[in-house]
Ligand binder design. Structure first.
Ligand SMILES: Nc1ncnc2c1ncn2[C@@H]1O[C@H](COP(=O)(O)OP(=O)(O)OP(=O)(O)O)[C@@H](O)[C@H]1O
Ligand SMILES: [Mg+2]
Length: 499
């Protein structure tokens, strides 16, 4: 058990403990009731940046009953020192003007004073260990540190202080780590959001933020989150997944990768469609990687996630309103602005509002080769979703006009799904052909072969296969001299009898 957990545990024990006199357990629903020092005293940096204070490895906080814990002779002094540290430097823990190094140096110096003042005889080693452990606990992310450092974990979901789920290899599991109290969880959340200049309290109980390493964080606290604060962290992979990785995972076949490469090079307008966490942004990143290096690329995102390797890239990020409700810059503002920046390609992280209309108009007025994602469960859904999003622009356009805009703008929809075995697969590559009456006509070039069944471990054996229909956009490849292997569109759909 880590020190902050112990401090919390002790604090929860009852009023006889000296910490309770100074700092009663805060009423969590009302964040104003949290004493400043405690509310602020929590943790922050990813484990890597803690190296300066983490001289002693921090043990994994398995849920062991306090009575079973080996007795640490320094436990008492640690608790006192940590509490004293909270009180002395609490307000500075979330001070954005202090760099991590300054904060750590400051905390170490204070801890040195506190430990000396305890007048407990300690060897140099014990003293160093004490300072390192307390520092790591107060300045770290509590039980999240272990999970953040674990490369195999791609997503961390905290559902109240007692439950942390993680995703590994596409599968969710309950982690043995947990926070000792809602107060500890809230301190971690406050520390994370304050680092990006945001705050979380009753007046703004939901916040998007990012960790120093780029990981995306969403936090929502009571009373909106009924059973305790909830924190979701999408870990940022330093090495973005490449097309080779995706082929290796079975997300797409080499043939399909070749086709998508050709689609990007031929400046087709592409929409990646998929549900939450299906890998849309990852696929968008891979597709953007096919953009030739001599083109000027503008990326527009809510929170920068794309990691393009080209040299000529301008990254734009939207901005939420400040505390007074002013200063918001939306994706839509950025899309409009980007048109005045001489873009060759506009890559929009996700269309989720009125910017969809501006994007379609841009695609229809010479800004070919744009790529974006929408949240939808099938190519047909993606069209319906775009219709709704265009309506959000508030232009009062007739549905038919919207559909015409969509059909003339979008060339290809790539559908990605998370299948029941946890793998992410491209299930459709679909051409948007035109309109028949009121209906948008779609033609699949690749679809997932769901009939292939599963292996002994429950893994799906199917993959996306060519339907045999040669999409009309393939003519564009020929005109531009883009060569595709002859067999790419050849039908592979097998009947059960053939298998
Ligand atoms: N093809 C893939 N195979 C395995 N894991 C993947 C694949 N694509 C993405 N991932 C992993 O899945 C997680 C979600 O990916 P990503 O952010 O691309 O999804 P998303 O659809 O954009 O999510 P959101 O809807 O939240 O924006 C990441 O941790 C990423 O590393
Ligand atoms: Mg995404």
């Amino acid at each position: 058990m880590k020190l902050t957990e112990r401090v919390d545990a002790v604090r929860e024990k009852g009023p006889h403990h000296r910490f309770d006199k100074k700092a009663p357990e805060p009423a969590l629903v009302n964040s104003n009731a949290v004493p400043t020092a405690l509310a602020n005293a929590s943790s922050l940096p990813p484990a890597s940046s803690l190296s300066s204070v983490t001289a002693v490895p921090v043990p994994s906080p398995a849920p062991i009953a306090a009575s079973q814990l080996p007795v640490d002779p320094l436990a008492d002094i640690k608790e006192r020192a940590a509490q004293e540290l909270f009180e002395r430097i609490g307000t500075r823990l979330n001070d954005p003007s202090l760099s991590e190094e300054q904060l750590h140096a400051y905390a170490r110096a204070e801890l040195g004073n506190i430990v000396s003042a305890e007048q407990v005889p300690l060897s140099d080693d014990e003293r160093d260990r004490l300072i390192a452990e307390i520092g790591a606990d107060v300045l770290g992310y509590g039980p999240l540190d272990v999970l953040l450092a674990d490369e195999a974990v791609s997503e961390i979901m905290v559902n109240g202080h007692e439950q942390i789920f993680v995703e590994r290899n596409g599968r969710l599991s309950l982690s043995p780590s947990r926070f000792t109290s809602e107060a500890q969880l809230r301190r971690v959340i406050e520390r994370i959001v304050s680092k990006v200049g945001r705050r979380i309290d009753e007046s703004s109980p939901l916040v998007d933020a990012r960790l120093a390493d780029g990981s995306r964080v969403n936090a929502i606290i009571p009373p909106l989150s009924v059973d305790g604060s909830s924190l979701t962290i999408r870990k940022f992979s330093r090495e973005p997944l490449t097309v080779r990785d995706l082929i290796g995972f079975g997300t797409l076949s080499p043939d399909m990768a070749e086709l998508l490469d050709a689609c990007v090079k031929a400046k087709l307008n592409i929409i990646v469609s998929g549900g939450t966490g299906t890998g849309k942004t990852t696929l968008l990143n891979v597709l953007s990687g096919y953009i030739p290096p001599d083109e000027r690329i503008i990326t527009i995102e809510d929170a920068v996630e794309l990691q393009l390797q080209q040299e000529h890239v301008i990254r734009l990020e939207s901005r939420p309103a400040n505390i007074e409700g002013k200063g918001e810059i939306t994706i839509r503002d950025l899309v409009r602005n980007s048109l005045r920046m001489r873009p060759d390609r506009i890559v929009i992280g996700e269309c989720r509002g009125g910017e969809s209309l501006d994007m379609l108009q841009a695609m229809n007025t010479g800004h070919d080769g744009s790529i974006s994602t929408v949240h939808a469960n099938s190519p047909r859904d993606a069209i319906a979703r775009l219709e709704t999003l265009v309506l959000m622009a508030g232009m009062d356009l007739p549905l038919r006009a919207i559909r015409e805009q969509i059909t003339s703008a979008i060339d290809v929809i790539v559908q990605i799904s998370r299948l029941k075995d946890g793998t992410r697969r491209i299930t459709h590559v679909t051409e948007v052909q035109g309109m028949e009456g009121e209906i948008v006509t779609l033609q699949d070039a690749f679809i997932f072969d769901h009939g292939a069944g599963t292996d002994a471990d429950g893994h799906l054996l199917g993959r996306a296969v060519a339907t045999g229909v040669r999409p009309r956009f393939a003519d564009k490849f020929r005109d531009l001299g883009i060569e595709l292997s002859p067999g790419v569109f050849q039908a592979e759909l097998m009947t059960r009898a053939q298998r």
